[in-house]
Ligand binder design. Structure first.
Ligand SMILES: Cc1cc2nc3c(=O)[nH]c(=O)nc-3n(C[C@H](O)[C@H](O)[C@H](O)COP(=O)(O)OP(=O)(O)OC[C@H]3O[C@@H](n4cnc5c(N)ncnc54)[C@H](O)[C@@H]3O)c2cc1C
Length: 263
């Protein structure tokens, strides 16, 4: 779908816990056409302060609404958290290239896909899980500590297998979510290993996922986060090196194949 610049009406904007918020806005068109991994650029204020829009992933969609999951980390997201139901939000979207995934398969098999989320990386992976729930993917959710583990209820409701990892061991596996992934891959014979790994999270996590997937001959798709200005490929502010030269995270990504990235 062509990107839209529109003013959309906010349906709800609620604090989930701590600094985490859910925002839902009306847009039948984006809800119908968006692909998991795509994002929108939000203008959080009238006027020019702050100047740049803020990129936020599409978390999931309903028939006529689009949901965002965001963490208040600075001024832009703070202003966003002050919006009220009924307010208009100036957005551009859907933007970027999302995840490639099987639309249907003759043989449901949970070993086909592993999703790896680190911190706020859960945001686009809930939408992806909705699309591929018929293969009951294995979802690994990692965070520093249990208070920062997000979206467990959503993943459980979608019927996927879920394993949690926290760096401090306060919930689930103690260690990095990539250590958990490594352990899972080690236990499986090559024939039982997943066919696809989808991941979103901080850069070191994505690098480790790319490495593990290459070592184990598994295809991986990674959703990258970069500071970006325009969000649609014009300013070249978010380029990353790949085996095919520099690519724009906002327009060529944010989802890239693990094997094409240079770290
Ligand atoms: C494609 C994409 C999808 C994203 N999806 C989500 C999402 O679903 N939910 C969510 O909470 N956040 C998401 N982000 C990150 C989000 O855009 C930033 O947190 C936000 O722009 C911060 O704005 P701010 O004004 O509140 O903070 P600022 O004052 O601009 O920055 C505060 C802190 O956040 C860091 N930061 C700012 N922008 C980014 C960025 N793009 N990537 C990494 N760190 C950043 C800054 O370095 C600084 O430490 C996404 C980013 C990208 C590129």
């Amino acid at each position: 779908m062509e990107k839209l610049q529109v003013k959309v009406r906010i349906i709800s904007n609620k604090k989930l816990k701590d600094n985490y918020w859910h925002l839902e806005f009306e847009s039948r068109l984006i809800a119908r056409n968006a692909v998991p991994g795509q994002f929108i650029e939000v203008k959080v204020n009238h006027g020019t302060d702050p100047l740049l829009r803020r990129p936020i992933s599409i978390h999931n969609v309903s028939k006529s609404g689009v949901r965002l999951l965001y963490e208040v980390v600075g001024r832009g997201t703070q202003i966003l958290s002050e919006k009220r139901p009924g307010d208009l939000l100036d957005i551009i979207g859907p933007l970027g290239n999302g995840f490639e995934y099987l639309r249907k398969t003759a043989k449901p098999d949970s070993s086909q896909a592993v999703l790896v989320a680190g911190g706020m990386g859960v945001a686009p992976l809930v939408f992806l899980t909705e699309k591929i729930k018929f293969i009951s993917p294995l979802v690994l959710v990692g965070a520093r500590k249990k208070e920062q583990v997000l979206c467990l209820r959503e993943f459980k409701a979608l019927g996927c297998k879920l394993i949690i990892a926290t760096d401090d061991g306060s919930l689930g596996f103690k260690g990095k979510v990539t250590d958990l992934l490594k352990e899972i891959l080690l236990k499986k014979s090559p024939a039982d290993r997943p066919i696809n790994i989808y991941a979103c999270g901080p850069q070191p996590m994505l690098k480790a996922v790319a490495q593990l997937s290459c070592e184990n001959n598994i295809a991986s798709q990674l959703s990258l986060e970069r500071h970006m200005a325009c969000g649609f490929g014009a300013c070249l502010g978010c380029v990353v090196p790949t085996r095919a030269g520099y690519k724009r995270v906002c327009k060529d990504g944010p989802v890239f194949l693990g094997k094409e990235l240079i770290w």
